[in-house]
Ligand binder design. Sequence first.
Ligand code: ADA
Ligand code: CA
Ligand code: CA
Length: 376
Amino acid sequence: MKLSKKITALVIIAVLAVVAVAFMVSVSAATVTHEAEASTNNLKYARVEGSYVVFDARKDAYDEMKKVGSPGAGSMTISVVYSNGSGKSLPMEVRVNGATIISDLAFPSTGSWSTWRTLNLTATLKASSDNVVRLKTRTADGGPRLDKIVINGSGTNPTTNPTVNPTSNPTTNPTPTSSGGGGSASYTTNSDGTITVNSGTFDGGGKSYGSNIGNGSQDEDQPPVFILMPGANLRNCRIVPPAGDGVHVHGNNVVENCTWTDVGEDALSMRSSFEGGNVTVTNCTFNNADDKVLQFNRSCTVYTNNCVVNTASKFIRQNGGTTFAMTIYINGFTGTNIDEAIVRSDSPSCRVYYRNITCNLPSSEWWMGKLVASAY
Ligand code: ADA
Ligand code: CA
Ligand code: CA
C-alpha cells in the first residue's frame, strides 16, 4: 500500500540520519581541543590576552590547563598551538597529570608573535575530562604565546620491543650540496648568535662557528650553535669553543664533515620538540668532551658513520632514566680516551648495531646500561 511504503521510506531516512549523526560524533570525538585561556586553567606569572595566553619574561611561569578532556585512555598526541616572536628557542617543562614528561620542550622561533605553529608531543591521558596539562617556563626569557592544545586519539606508544634487524647497510641520505657560505639553506641568526637552519643544507665552507656561544661549562640551558629544524642538514663546519649546547637536531637531519675542536656542554642533541625521525652523523670528529658527545632526548633512529672521538665520557647517551625505543647504527668508529662507554642507555628498548670499532675501552665496556648491542 502507498501509505505503508511512505512509512517505510520515512523509517529508512530516519535510521540513515541517526547513523550519520552517530558517525559524525565518533569522528569528532577523535580530537578534543582545550584552550590555553580557558577559565578552568590556573595561570601563574601569565595572563590571558584575547584568545591566547602570554607568559611573563621569567622562569617558572606556567599555564596549568585543568579539566582537559581526552578522546580515550592511553597514549595520545597533544598538539600545542603556539607562536614565538622572541627570536630565540624557548624551552618549557611539560607536566601531564603531575608527571614531568619533558623537562625542556623547545618551542622554536616562529618568526613573529602572530605566526602560529604546532608542536606535537605524546603523553598518556585518562579517559575523562579531568586531565591536567601544565606548561612551565624554564628560563628568564619566558615562554611562547599559547593558543590551545588539541588532543588526538591516534597517539601511539613507542614499541617496547623493537624488532629492527638490519639486512643492508644504512645509507646516508640526502646528499647535501656543497656551495659554502650557507649553501642551499634557508636560515636565520638570532640575538644569541644561534643559527637556525629552517630547511636545506647549511654548508659552513670550513669556517668556524660557536666562538660567541655559551661559556664552555657543563651548564644546561646554554644556547646552541646551530638549530636544525626537521629535515635541515649541516656540513663542513668547525664548531669551536665555547660552543654552548652544540647542534640541536629535531629529526631527519644529516650532519656531515664537521669537526668539534672542543665540545661544549655536549656536541649534538636531539631535542624533545618533535617526534622521531632519523639523525645521520657522518665523517665527524669530536674533541675534548667533558661528558657526552651525542645526546638523545626523543625516540629516533641514529646512523653514525666514520666518526672519531678524542676524549669523552661517552659517545652516545640516551637521556638518563628514559625508556623510549631507539635504534642506533654505528658504522666505523674510532675512540681514544673514552672514559665510560661508547653508548649508554637505561632503556631495554634501545638497540645498537655496530661494526668496525676501534676504541681504548675493552669491548666488554663498550655498552653501558640496559641496551642490547649486536654486531652487524
Ligand atoms: C642532561 C640533563 C637532561 C638534558 C640533557 C641534554 O642529561 O639531565 O635533562 O638536558 O643533559 O640534553 O643535554
Ligand atoms: Ca586559544
Ligand atoms: Ca645539552
